[in-house]
Every structure is written in structure tokens, then in C-alpha cells.
Design a protein around this ligand. Structure first.
Ligand code: F3S
Length: 661
């Protein structure tokens, strides 16, 4: 049975469709506009556009009012010319081409040479050259590259930037890259071949490998269409035709000969990026006529039927595979010849997300058909509506289970904020439930990711009210519960000092505050905590004790390894003579510091050979004196000192000192 197989990628690419849409919209608004060169290389489409008031010109000086830059793009100087002429400029440069302009502009600014893999006479390549700062060369294949290397030794010697024309042949590009790497060292290669082109070429390659002949539909001036013909021509005979009329006129005989040669002939149809859908249909229809094969008719009828089904089921769900994503929309395949489009605003309920943050090429997603445009054969879809349905189901479940739902604050509205859940549901959160303090600004949480509890759902009106505060409270309670569960004496924390009181400081241990008493702050003697810490300081603390009932945690900031008493015992012994500083005077003697953190007592009876009745008359705070360590009481951590023991005939009376203390 004879079969016709139409390539899925055949027809308008995203860049061409976008340029035509922009031009048609401008013509509708302004009546007459100009395009710098024909918008696409297809005479039928150009004739249609002329009827709509869209006239191609070769130079901006031939235009009046408004001029459209086509998808191929132009060099920097052309933008300057348009501005100088005072023309309104609609820039329909394909974003993939604009990206090459940016790469070239930025990377050749240091004087690097530029090598373009492509056709030097093609408008796209001329436009790219117009953004280069250094010397530029173009090559179409490895032979031309070898010639260039031999003829100009200086080219690329310093540094070289390499890009490819968006429609450049993929196999040639792979070979060229290998050779460029052999010839040049200091180089940067940017893979700028358009994915739509790659897919179209790959499909053409596969299609021609399985078919007995391929019809390539498109204008002979279109470089990407000619390339498709070259690719297919390597595998099977190619019938190149701009439209159905030319196919009939030039190839009918050849096709009939092929069909009569044997049964079960497979004919492929592909088309360049500038071939409109109606020409592909026309070619298909003509082939069906030629073949007069019921099976073929059935296949085409099935395609039409499929389209009609989509139309009939507008409003229902379809499965769609993402085939391209750009700034304004995602292009999807819904299993029919016609392209499906999901505009950016229909991709997600979150206006902060760009299309490529929502979907990527290859994703299979559920969508709702919103509109079928019979004129251009496009199908418009919405992912947002499917998400909203799923989102509402999840919202109801979350309410039932009191679960926290995650989302992003997408707008500040009167009386609160709107949170868009991860599943696309819009939720109103009143200001009082936003978690923002009364004197705070709701704008501070805009674009932030938050968790919320669902507190009210009106399914009929699709209205959901949430509370960020309730989710935060639950999270804090959970943290606290975990804290008490895991708390144990000896556990160490590094916490922030929240407040400083005369008796100690409070330290945040991660949602729960603990207290470090004044005496537990340091081994040294301090009168007020502010002598050693301030609010905001980070403090290393250890849990001394805790009471989960009263929610109290006692901490110490003292480290055993810093214990001055241990240091003292290691360094000093009874009988040692030490220099000490008087730190306080009492009626029964004076305390003097031996080392920081260890004071000894000079009993009143051990100050002088003579009898002392008032310690302050003999010693004063701050005075440094020499004394003998007469006793170390390890159990009570006490040290007795004597000045008298160092005086002639003044042996310390240790018993007296101990008793009176
Ligand atoms: Fe753009 Fe690729 Fe078409 S570069 S114009 S989308 S072939």
C-alpha cells in the first residue's frame, strides 16, 4: 500500500511565525508597513502579505512610517540608519539570531577575530557580521577552512570566536568544529545552530532514509529548505517544489513514474521554516490525488479528523509534548499536524516565572484547548487551567489534613497578599495572617517562597483563604518540641545573646532561650555580665540543667579546660613565694589575686609582725605585695597567703588563719 508520511517538523518555525504575526499585527494597526527584505522566502506568502499592506523594501530609505526587521536580523549600522531616518522600528529578529548578535558583540569587543560557519551572502550572516568588532571570515565547509588557514596566517592568531548560522548543516558543523580545533588554539566555539533546525534536519534525514522519495516544499531562495533537499537527496530522490502548482507542473510525471514502478511506495513530505501550513496541506492533497490510493486519503482524512476532534473538544484536556520554549510562549505537539501554542500567561499562575522556568523541551504536560484558529491552523492551549484544577484538589486535601502547602507570594492586594501554590492555586492571605508585623510592609514578602495553612475554601467561587502565620507557628512549635526531645545535660550550643540582665544573660538556642548566670559566664570575677558580653554576641554554652515543665534551661559558658584552679594547682605549691595584688579588704584580712580567677586570703594575723587591728590601714586595693603560699585546700579550692612568713621571725600561724576565716 502506498503511503505518504509528513514530517512533524515541517513548516513555519517559531521565529518565522513570530515575525509574520508581528508584521500582521502592525499592518492591522497602521494600515501600511514595510519590511526590510521579504519576511520569508516564499512567494505565495509574500503575495498574501502584500495584500495586507506589508511591503518589502531593500533599504530603510525606501520605507515610510514603520519598518519591520525580519527574523534574519540586521547589523548594528542598520539600526542606526532606521533611527536616523526617524522610522518606527518593529524588531522581529528571531531571539535565537539576536542571541548570536549578543555573543558576537560581547566576545569580539576585545578585538578577537570572528569565524562564521555559514553562507557569507545570507542576510542572517551579514547581520551577524554587523555586530563583530574584529576581522570576520565565513566558511561553508572544511575545504574553505583549510584555504583560509593557508591564505591568512594572522587570522585567529590572537584569539578566535566561532559561531554558526542558525540553519547551518549539523553534520558539516560537527566536522568543521573538529578542524577548527586542529588549526586554532585560543578559541571559543558557540553552538548557535537553532534547535528547530536541528530537529527538522534530523527528521528529514530519518524520513528520507525510510522513503522512496521525498517532496521538499518551500521556496528555492530559502537556505534552510535547500539544506533539507540536500540532506534528503543523500538518501533518496527529491522533488523540490515551492507549492502544489509547481509540484504538479514540474514533478507530476516523475512522481507517477515512481508510483507505477512498484507497489508499497513510501513518499515523504517535509518543508522549510518559511513554508506555511496551507502549502504543506496543498502538497499533501495533490499527492493523494496522484496516488488515488484510498489508504492515503484515509491517512490524511484521519489528520483532518484529528484536528476536528481537537476543535470539537475545545475546553477538554489533551496531552502535549513541549517542542520549543521562548520568552513569550511554549510550542507543543499535540499529536496532530498543527502546532499548539501555550502563551506565557497561560503556562503558570505565577507571573514571576518565565516560560523556560515552567516547562522544558521534551516535557509531556496536560493542557486544556482554549482556542482553535482555523485561519492559520494553530491550536491555543492553557496549562494554567489544568494546574488550577489540580491545585484546588490539593488545596481541599490540605485543608482536610491540616497540611502545610508551599507557594510563592505573587501579589500584594488590598488587605493582604496573593500566594500562588506550587500547584497553581491562587490563595488570598489576609495581612493579619501574613506573618508580617503590624508596622512591617507586605511588599517585603513579595516573590518569597512561603508555607501556608488553608483556613477557608469556597469551591463554588474558587476562593481560598490561607494563613502563613499558622504555618510558621506550627513550624516553630515543631522546632521547640524537637529541641526539648533532644536536650540533655552537657549538650553544647552556640547561641546568640538576646538580653543582658544584672544576674545573667539569655541566649537563643534556636527557638528556645536558655540562661547563663553571672557566675557561669567566665572563670574570672565579674560584677555585671556587660563586662564580658553584649546583645548579639555569639556564645558557646553547655547545658548545666533543664526543666521541660517550666521551660527553663540553665547554661554555663565556662569551659573546664580554662578552669584557673586547675592551672593554679599545676603551677604552684605550698611554700612558693608569689607576687599578688590585693583585690578586696575585709575585717578579717585581704583577698589577693594570685592568677586571674584564683585569689588567696592574707589573714589579718599574717599581714605584719606587729598586731594589726584595721586591715585597711596597712593594705589597700590594687596594692601588689609579696606573700608566701602557706596552705592549699584543694577540696574547698582555697589558698592561704602570708606576708608575715617572709619577715624575719614571722612564721605563719596557719591554724589561726584557718580558724578565723
Ligand atoms: Fe529562528 Fe530557528 Fe526559525 S533561528 S527563524 S526559529 S529556524
Amino acid at each position: 500500500m502506498t503511503e505518504i508520511i509528513t514530517a512533524k517538523t515541517a513548516g513555519f518555525c517559531f521565529g518565522v511565525k513570530r515575525a509574520i504575526d508581528m508584521a500582521c499585527k502592525a499592518a492591522e494597526e497602521k494600515g501600511r508597513i514595510y519590511t526590510l527584505g521579504p519576511l520569508i522566502h516564499n512567494n505565495d506568502v509574500i503575495a498574501d502579505l502584500l495584500e495586507k499592506g506589508i511591503t518589502p523594501v531593500n533599504d530603510p530609505s525606501e520605507a515610510e512610517g514603520c519598518i519591520v526587521i525580519r527574523s534574519h536580523g540586521v547589523g548594528r549600522s542598520t539600526y542606526d540608519d532606521i533611527a536616523r531616518l526617524g522610522l518606527e522600528c518593529i524588531d522581529a529578529t528571531c531571539p535565537y539570531v539576536a542571541k548570536i548578535h549578543k555573543i558576537v558583540d560581547e566576545n569580539t569587543a576585545d578585538g578577537s577575530d570572528l569565524l562564521i560557519a555559514g553562507d557569507g551572502t545570507h542576510p542572517e550572516v551579514i547581520g551577524i557580521i554587523g555586530f563583530a568588532h574584529g576581522h570576520t571570515e565565513t566558511v561553508n565547509n572544511c575545504e574553505e577552512l583549510d584555504k583560509l588557514k593557508k591564505s591568512d596566517k594572522n587570522f585567529g592568531a590572537k584569539s578566535l570566536i566561532v559561531v554558526a548560522q542558525t540553519t547551518f548543516d549539523m553534520c558539516k558543523w560537527t566536522d568543521l568544529q573538529k578542524n577548527i580545533k586542529k588549526h586554532y588554539t585560543n578559541l571559543k566555539i558557540f553552538d548557535t545552530i537553532c534547535r528547530a533546525t536541528i530537529e527538522r534536519q534530523r527528521e528529514a534525514e530519518a524520513l528520507s532514509a525510510q522513503c522512496d522519495a521525498v517532496i521538499v516544499a518551500g521556496g528555492s531562495h530559502s537556505s534552510n529548505t535547500r539544506k533539507l533537499a540536500d540532506i534528503c537527496g543523500a538518501n533518496c530522490p527529491v522533488f523540490f517544489a515551492e507549492n502544489g502548482e509547481q509540484l504538479l507542473k514540474e514533478h507530476k510525471t516523475g512522481l507517477e513514474r515512481l508510483l507505477s514502478s512498484r507497489k508499497d511506495v513510501k513518499i515523504g513530505i517535509t518543508a522549510g521554516a518559511s513554508t506555511p501550513a496551507y502549502i504543506i496541506k496543498e502538497v499533501h492533497n495533490i499527492m493523494s490525488e496522484i496516488i488515488k490510493d484510498e489508504a492515503v486519503d484515509a491517512e490524511f482524512a484521519a489528520a483532518i479528523d484529528q484536528m476536528q476532534k481537537v476543535r470539537a473538544y475545545a475546553g477538554n484536556r489533551v496531552k502535549a509534548t513541549v517542542v520549543a520554549v521562548n520568552k513569550t510562549e511554549a510550542v507543543v505537539d499535540i499529536g496532530i499536524k498543527q502546532s499548539g501554542y501555550i502563551p506565557a500567561e497561560e503556562l503558570s499562575a505565577n507571573p514571576n516565572l518565565t516560560p523556560d522556568e515552567v516547562v522544558k523541551v521534551g516535557d509531556v504536560i496536560d493542557c486544556i484547548v482554549t482556542k482553535v484558529n482555523d485561519a492559520d491552523g494553530f491550536v491555543y492551549l492553557s496549562k494554567k487551567q489544568v494546574d488550577a484544577q489540580a491545585g484546588m484538589e490539593k488545596i481541599l486535601k490540605a485543608k482536610e489534613e491540616n497540611a502545610t502547602v508551599n507557594g510563592t507570594v505573587t501579589a500584594v492586594v488590598k488587605g493582604g497578599v496573593i500566594v500562588t501554590s506550587e500547584d497553581g492555586a491562587r490563595v488570598f492571605v489576609p495581612a493579619s495572617q501574613s506573618g508580617v508585623p503590624r508596622n512591617g510592609k507586605l511588599e517585603d514578602i513579595l516573590k518569597k517562597e512561603v508555607g501556608f495553612k488553608v483556613i477557608e475554601v469556597n469551591e463554588g467561587r474558587g476562593r481560598v483563604v490561607g494563613s502563613i502565620k499558622a504555618a510558621e507557628r506550627e513550624a516553630t512549635d515543631a522546632v521547640k518540641a524537637k529541641f526539648w526531645e533532644e536536650l540533655e545535660v552537657g549538650k553544647k550550643f552556640v547561641g546568640e545573646v538576646k538580653s543582658v540582665e544584672s544576674y545573667g544573660v539569655f541566649v537563643d538556642l534556636g527557638g528556645v532561650d536558655g540562661m547563663v548566670h553571672l557566675t557561669e559566664l567566665t572563670w574570672n570575677r565579674v560584677k555585671h555580665p556587660k563586662e564580658v558580653v553584649s546583645i548579639g554576641d555569639k556564645l558557646e554554652v553547655t547545658v548545666k540543667s533543664y526543666d521541660p515543665e517550666k521551660k527553663r534551661v540553665s547554661l554555663t559558658a565556662k569551659k573546664p579546660e580554662d578552669n584557673p584552679w586547675t592551672k593554679f594547682l599545676n603551677e604552684f605549691a605550698e611554700g612558693d613565694v608569689v607576687k599578688v595584688q590585693v583585690v578586696s579588704i575585709t575585717p578579717f584580712g585581704a583577698f589577693a589575686q594570685i592568677i586571674p580567677g584564683v585569689d588567696g586570703l592574707i589573714h589579718i594575723s599574717q599581714i605584719s609582725l606587729e598586731r594589726v587591728t584595721n586591715v585597711a590601714q596597712v593594705l589597700s586595693v590594687g596594692q601588689v605585695v609579696e606573700a608566701k603560699i602557706t596552705e592549699i585546700d584543694e577540696e574547698k579550692s582555697r589558698v592561704s597567703l602570708s606576708i608575715k612568713a617572709l619577715l624575719e621571725g614571722g612564721d605563719a600561724d596557719e591554724d589561726e588563719a584557718s580558724d578565723e576565716e
